[in-house]
Structures are given as structure tokens and as C-alpha cells.
Design a protein around this ligand. Structure first.
Ligand code: GLN
Length: 538
């Protein structure tokens, strides 16, 4: 048995298709089915690694080292599972495969065309067994908005799949926006009608409509959508603004969304084991305490660039009954306004990953403030690298210490290009990517948090802590707390004599899930709570 649920989107982008797809997959998982979640990104990029975080938000790295869209991160956080490169499909990947086959002579004598060659490749990628297994239920999210030129081959492939498979094996869900007109206090359904018309022109009739709206829908609006879009009234699902994204699976369960999809797919109804999720969401809604954590980054105007970090803090806070209030600080503002004006009152400082030299000096200043005042500090990837630069300059007296990424002629490259990276010229998918093992030293904060000696964490970098400086750092109190199994690469730096100062070369945020927070994030938020100035939640 394999059933396919397709989630498309209409009217505008950014309606939360990822949350809808993840919530539906979660409900089936909690009903005891094996599920797979795939994201189709219709961009010509082969993967998300070369896209600008300003436009597309964070690049999420999977355990097997694929640079993907942030929705894959969302899927992992909801499903509490690790996904892989097979869960992410782009136009670039599809064409790359087709062109490779064409060059290899697989289509000799044929004219290679969008239909059937490209659509066949899309169908193959959708049907691929993920992690060696074919899930009972596959949920596929089609990125973009119906009507976009780029998504046409994907929708055509899905249309074909609908006809290839028995009628009850596919279920199409279309997510649309219902705007609210303030002047007449009316919810308008016309954009939804037009979007469904667009989908029908491609040959797809949705089985259900998820209606994104600012408030709950009246019965008459639901009836109207059902009539004009030709779906059953019970298959009009409301998706109003909620307090958190983790409320969505509960709202869907309460509306019986899993049941109506199961009916459409000819599956027997099963009970959804959602009590644990419900209980955690109620903790999220009623925290007992609050901490304020400053994130000093480059893209703070668009916090989707750091979405996994934001969510990892939420997960850790929730498991400690604590609301984490994030104070987003632009690294450049630290230089112009001064850390003493921006950071007082915060219970902890986090410096996330990044590329390029913009804002580096501000991050270094902010870290100095945390080191000197004793507020907990968590440095991630570039954050660790900035902590090493700061320590070298201020404690070791190496005034021009830097990363060779930012100052190729620095006399003290405490952060330097990795040996394996020196000959790399291509930019796509060539960094040190994916999960690598780290061995944690006894008596370190990290070891205490993880409670195990060996961990596997995900990486995305070209530069590393320069081993030539290791001894000097350790003598002055900056300890190498974890290395690669061969002892060569520094994976964690920790400052002795400071309440909580941890820099990691990897990205722990990618492994934090709603049901299982990451031990380092939990340790950090706990340290921030102990730092003292925690207050009652707002
Ligand atoms: N720019 C740094 C490097 O390439 C850090 C990367 C990151 O923070 N992900 O090593």
C-alpha cells in the first residue's frame, strides 16, 4: 500500500504550506502509519546551498549532507526524524539527472522533452524509497504558488501520477488565502475560486481546501468554498492564525483532518495518539519563567535566516517550562551603538553561523562582553570562530588575529581554511557538509550536557580552528572540549572559569525537535536561567 497526499498552494506564497504538510504527516505518523515527507522546490538551483538567506531563509543541512530548504527542517522538527537528500527535489536536481542520462545515451534516438522525460524523472524521485523503505503514506509539498511557470512540470507529473495510480491512492490538498475586507467586515472567497480554477486547468481537482484566514470560518463561507471549488463541505479545513505553529496539528486533529483524508484515501480511520503533543503545547502556552537571549547576527531583520536556532531555543525553553524571548541584535549595530547599549539585561548571548566579513567585528565585540561579564555564551560555527578571534586578540594579545576568510593576510590566522578545502573552486555542495562524529572530553560542559562520549553533529563550513594555536589557547583557558575522532579537527571550544561559554563548529540547531530538544540548547537555556535575571513570562 502506498498513498500519496499532495499539498499545493494558491493566491500568495508564504501561507505555511510546510506547516500544513508537516502537520498532516504528523497526524498519520501518530496514527501508526509510516510516512515520508518530500518538498519540491521549483527553483533551477540544484540545491538551496547557493541561495541567499535574505530571500529564502535558512539553508537547512540534512544528516547526509544535503543543503536544503528550511521546510525540510520544519518536517524534521515535527516528525522527530532525520530526513535525507531524497526528501528534497528541485528543478535543478531533476534536470541534472535527465541531462546526465541523455549524455550517457539512455535516450538514444529520442527527442528529450519535458513530457515525458522530465515528468518521468519527477515521478521517479517522488516514488523513490526513502531510507530504503517505501512509506505507507507519502506527503509531497509543491513549493511556490499554482500559476507559476516553474511549478508546471511538477504539477503535470503529479497529475499523471494521479492517473497512473488507483483513484483512491492520491489526495490533493490546496492551501489558499481568504482575505478579510475590513471596510465591509467580509471574508472573500474569490481568490480561492480563481486559484482552484488555475489548478483545474492543469488537470488537478483538489479533494480538500485548507483556508488560511485571520479568523475562524463561518458555515456559510465554508459552504460557498465547497460549492464553487467542487469539494465536499467537510473537506473545507480552516487554518486561522494560531499562537504557535505547533498548535496546527492539534487544530487539524480537532477538525478531523486525518479522518477526512483517510476516508478519501480509502483507509480505515485510526485514533491519533496526540496527547503528548497536546500536553507539550500547553506547556508552551503557559511557561513559568522567562529568559531573554540576544542573538547577534547579520540577517536579524529576517529571522527566517535563523529559524532552526529560534525553534531550538523554543524547544529547550519549553522543556524547561521557560519562555525564551529573543532579542535580535544586528552585528553592525553593535559597532555603531556599542554592546553596552544593546546587551545589558539579556540573560545570554548566542552568535549564529554565517559567511562573509560583514558584521564580524560587532560579533567579536559582543562575545568580549559575554566573556568579561560572565553571561552565558553559545557560539555556533561562525560564532565559535568569532570567539576564537576575540580570545586571540584580547587574551593572547594577538591584535590582528583573524580568520583567513576575512583577512587573508592576517599574521595570526586562528581560523584557517580546512586542508581539504584548499583546492575546492566550485561553490555548490562543496563545503564540509553533513554529520560527522565528535569525541567529547571528560569534565567539560558539553560532555555534561550530552551525557555521552561520542556524538554526530551536522556541519556546513570551509574554515576551522587552526590547530597551531591549540596549545596557546588551552594554556590561557580556552579548552578544546571535543575533536574529530582522529583528534585533528576542533569541534568544540569552552572557556574555563566562565559559567557557560561554549563554541561549536557544527550546527546543533538542526537536530533539535519539538519532542526532543537538543542537549546543548537545553544546557544553554538552563545556564541563562541560572544567570539570574529571569523574570515572569509576559
Ligand atoms: N564562514 C565560516 C566557514 O565557512 C562559518 C560557516 C558557518 O557559520 N556555517 O567556516
Amino acid at each position: 500500500m502506498r498513498k500519496l497526499i499532495v499539498v499545493s498552494g494558491g493566491v500568495i506564497s508564504g501561507l505555511g504550506k510546510g506547516v500544513v504538510a508537516a502537520s498532516i504527516a504528523l497526524l498519520f505518523k501518530l496514527s501508526g502509519y509510516t510516512v515520508s515527507l518530500q518538498k519540491i522546490d521549483p527553483y533551477v538551483n540544484v540545491d538551496a546551498g547557493t541561495m541567499n538567506p535574505y530571500e529564502h531563509g535558512e539553508v537547512f543541512v540534512t544528516h547526509d549532507g544535503k543543503e536544503t530548504d528550511l521546510d525540510i527542517g520544519r518536517y524534521e522538527r515535527f516528525l522527530d526524524e532525520y530526513l535525507s537528500a531524497d526528501n528534497y527535489i528541485t528543478t535543478g536536481k531533476v534536470y541534472w539527472n535527465v541531462i546526465r542520462q541523455e549524455r550517457a545515451g539512455s535516450f538514444l534516438g529520442q527527442t528529450v522533452q519535458v513530457i515525458p522525460h522530465v515528468t518521468n524523472e519527477i515521478k521517479r524521485l517522488i516514488n523513490i524509497p526513502i531510507d530504503g523503505r517505501n512509506a505507507e503514506i507519502g506527503v509531497v509539498e509543491v513549493g511556490g504558488t499554482v500559476g507559476d511557470i516553474e511549478s508546471l512540470p511538477f504539477l503535470e507529473a503529479l497529475r499523471q501520477l494521479k492517473d497512473d495510480l488507483p483513484r483512491q491512492d492520491t489526495f490533493f490538498i490546496h492551501l489558499t488565502l481568504l482575505p478579510h475586507l475590513a471596510s465591509t467586515d467580509e471574508i472573500k472567497t474569490k481568490p480561492t475560486q480563481h486559484s482552484v480554477k488555475e489548478l483545474r486547468a492543469i488537470g488537478i481537482q483538489p479533494d480538500a481546501i485548507v483556508a488560511r484566514c485571520a479568523r475562524p470560518l463561518s458555515e456559510s463561507v465554508k459552504r460557498k468554498i465547497a460549492l464553487f471549488c467542487d469539494v465536499k463541505e467537510e473537506n473545507v479545513i480552516e487554518d486561522p492564525d494560531l499562537q504557535t505553529i505547533y498548535d496546527v496539528p492539534l487544530l487539524f486533529a480537532d477538525q478531523g483532518v486525518d479522518k477526512l483524508i483517510a476516508r478519501g484515501l480509502g483507509l480505515k480511520e485510526r485514533a491519533v495518539q496526540i496527547d503528548k503533543w497536546r500536553q507539550l503545547v500547553s506547556v508552551l502556552h503557559s511557561p513559568r519563567r522567562k529568559v531573554r537571549i540576544a542573538i547577534v547576527g547579520k540577517y536579524v531583520e529576517l529571522t527566517d535566516s535563523y529559524i532552526s536556532i529560534k525553534e531550538a531555543l523554543v524547544h529547550a525553553g519549553m522543556h524547561l517550562g521557560t519562555q525564551v524571548e529573543i532579542s535580535w541584535v544586528s552585528a553592525e549595530d553593535v559597532m555603531s551603538k556599542g554592546e553596552a547599549n544593546l546587551l545589558p539585561g539579556v540573560d545570554g548571548l548566542l552568535v549564529p553561523g554565517g559567511f562573509g566579513d560583514r558584521g564580524i567585528e560587532g560579533k567579536v565585540e559582543a562575545i568580549r562582553y559575554a566573556r568579561e561579564t560572565g553571561i552565558p555564551f553559545f557560539g555556533i560555527c561562525l560564532g565559535l570562530q568569532c570567539a576564537a578571534i576575540e580570545f586571540a586578540r584580547d587574551v593572547l594579545g594577538l591584535a590582528r588575529a583573524n580568520s583567513s576568510e576575512f583577512d587573508p593576510s592576517t599574521p595570526d590566522p586562528v581560523i584557517d581554511i580546512m586542508r581539504e578545502q584548499t583546492s575546492v573552486t566550485d561553490k555548490g555542495g562543496t563545503m564540509r557538509l553533513g554529520a560527522y562524529e565528535a569525541v567529547l572530553k571528560e569534565g567539560t560542559i558539553s560532555r555534561e550536557c550530552y551525557e555521552v562520549e561520542r556524538v554526530k553533529e551536522r556541519h556546513r563550513h570551509r574554515y576551522e580552528f587552526n590547530p597551531e594555536y591549540r596549545e596557546r589557547f588551552e594554556e590561557a583557558g580556552m579548552r578544546v572540549a571535543a575533536t574529530s575522532p582522529d583528534g585533528r579537527l576542533t569541534e568544540i571550544l569552552e572557556l574555563s572559569g566562565h559559567p557557560w561559554f561554549v563554541g561549536v563548529q557544527f550546527h546543533p540547531e538542526f537536530r533539535s525537535h519539538f519532542l526532543s530538544p537538543h542537549p546543548l540548547f537545553t544546557g544553554f537555556v538552563k545556564a541563562c536561567l541560572e544567570n539570574g535575571s529571569s523574570s515572569s513570562p509576559s
